[in-house]
Design a protein around this ligand. Structure first.
Ligand code: FCB
Length: 441
């Protein structure tokens, strides 16, 4: 690694992230069916129709996995609790599920790891999907009840909590582009999901305040949008892409408003009385998390609104075909402070890359990942040097895992997982991080 702990402020936190459906093994412990199980069971949605029934079997191997988090020297473990494990039908608690997160929490604390929870990383219980899922405004209340149930059990031991991972993915990617569950391609559904996901976020924040909890935040995935050429049309479309992807969600939570260029296309689809919901959506948070991976080059096309197309970028790409653009992380840290969060601490809650990593003689060399993480760490340092209050850097991901519609072949882990034997093998990036994070003496 080209950085070490001592290059960052003394209280800067290093962490590693995962999510429940991607690693736990959803077939275990009485978890209920989710819309991801339904999506994966529908031909054509997921590579080889792969699903999360076994995944990394973290449900049974969590102690070994937390040993890896501890041994690398990470301060924090960002994990998620599964709604469908805690409430298989979306509404009724499952003791086995609650017991699991209780054990997991204590196992982190025993190892001196700070538990950083996310309450929703995409596994909506199918019975709630049957009721319209994120299209139904009642989801805010259902989510509030779930928040109360899970945090009523483990909230006393959380270091930090964010309600929802990546609202853009929950709403636009899943209801407009149709790439993630529930796989809809419907502008009205997408619009409602874009609003309800923020209403659910605010409701969960208020619920946790009611439980006396603190250090609550929001986690947003941001993608830098650049015009594909010098034309005013490309500039306008890049701005629209930026508004749909980034500004809608940050603007809703931190400024209590949605961007005019998006409302122009979707206002007719908004639920009645939507403006009144900002009182809940803007419930004060203590920090803001940014998940950052790449940028896109945007140009117009002649399809109906939003009439967006993407151009191939010139930069080196990861195994996801995502351009490697570390500058975007610096730009987002700076812009988020300036336009939305002011003095609030920012955290990079996800950043990492997929590679076609292979085991050779029991070892896994991933120099590209080491370079990727080093380059992004340098951008965080640059932002800090310019007065942006960045409090931590969490890498995606601890383990190779279920990469959603792309199944198990896109490996993001610092630790290699053999999906036949489930054996874990730390990659060279893991060893390099371990060297970089060694406690200061
Ligand atoms: C993020 C998701 C995470 C993982 C990474 C690669 O958008 O939060 O679950 O899929 O991308």
């Amino acid at each position: 690694m080209q950085f070490q702990r001592s290059d960052f402020p003394e209280d800067f936190l290093f962490g590693v992230a995962t999510s429940s459906y991607q690693i736990e093994g959803h077939g275990f412990g009485g978890a209920g069916r989710t819309h991801w199980d339904d999506f994966a069971a529908t031909p054509g949605n997921v590579v080889r129709a792969e699903h999360g029934a076994r995944a990394c079997d973290h449900y049974h191997r969590y102690e070994e996995d937390l040993d890896l988090v501890q041994a690398a020297g990470f301060d924090c473990y960002r994990f998620s609790t599964s709604w469908a494990r805690v409430m298989p039908d979306g509404k009724t608690p499952n003791q086995e599920g609650l017991d699991f997160y209780d054990r997991l929490t204590d196992a982190m604390l025993e190892r001196g790891i700070k538990p950083c929870a996310t309450l929703y990383h995409w596994e909506l219980p199918s019975p709630l999907a049957d009721l319209g899922g994120w299209r139904n405004g009642d989801i805010a209340k259902w989510f509030g009840d779930y928040t109360e149930t899970i945090m009523g059990r483990v909230g006393d031991r959380m270091y930090s909590v964010a309600p929802i991972n990546e609202p853009w993915c929950v709403a636009w990617l899943s209801h407009f582009l149709g790439h993630h569950a529930p796989g809809l391609r419907d502008i009205r559904a997408a619009t409602r999901a874009m609003h309800h996901v923020l209403l659910a976020h605010g409701t969960a924040i208020q619920t946790m305040r009611g439980l006396g909890m603190s250090n609550l935040g929001g986690v947003f995935n941001l993608e830098w949008a650049s015009p594909a050429d010098d034309s005013p049309e490309a500039a306008e479309k890049a701005a629209l892409y930026d508004s749909i992807y980034n500004r809608w969600f940050l603007g809703g939570v931190f400024n209590g408003e949605y961007p005019a260029n998006v409302l122009a296309g979707v206002e007719q689809h908004m639920p009645q009385g939507w403006q009144d919901d900002f009182a809940t959506i803007t419930a004060p948070v203590d920090w803001c998390g940014l998940n950052y991976y790449t940028r896109k080059l945007i140009k117009p096309d002649n399809t109906p609104w939003p009439s967006l197309d993407e151009a191939e970028g010139p930069l080196p790409k990861t195994f996801m075909d995502w351009e490697i653009y570390p500058d975007g992380l610096y730009k987002f840290l700076k812009r988020t402070k300036e336009d939305y969060t002011g003095d609030l601490p920012l955290f990079v809650t996800e950043n990492g890359m997929a590679a076609p990593d292979k085991l050779t003689n029991g070892a896994c060399e991933d120099p590209d990942r080491i370079a990727f993480l080093s380059a992004h760490a340098a951008q965080i340092q640059k932002a800090i040097a310019q007065g942006v209050p960045v409090g931590g850097y969490y890498m995606w991901s601890l383990l190779d895992n279920y990469e959603w519609a792309l199944g198990y072949e896109k490996r993001f882990g610092l630790v290699h997982v053999d999906f036949e034997t489930l054996e874990r093998t730390p990659k060279s990036s893991y060893h390099a991080l371990k060297g970089a994070l060694r406690a200061l003496t």
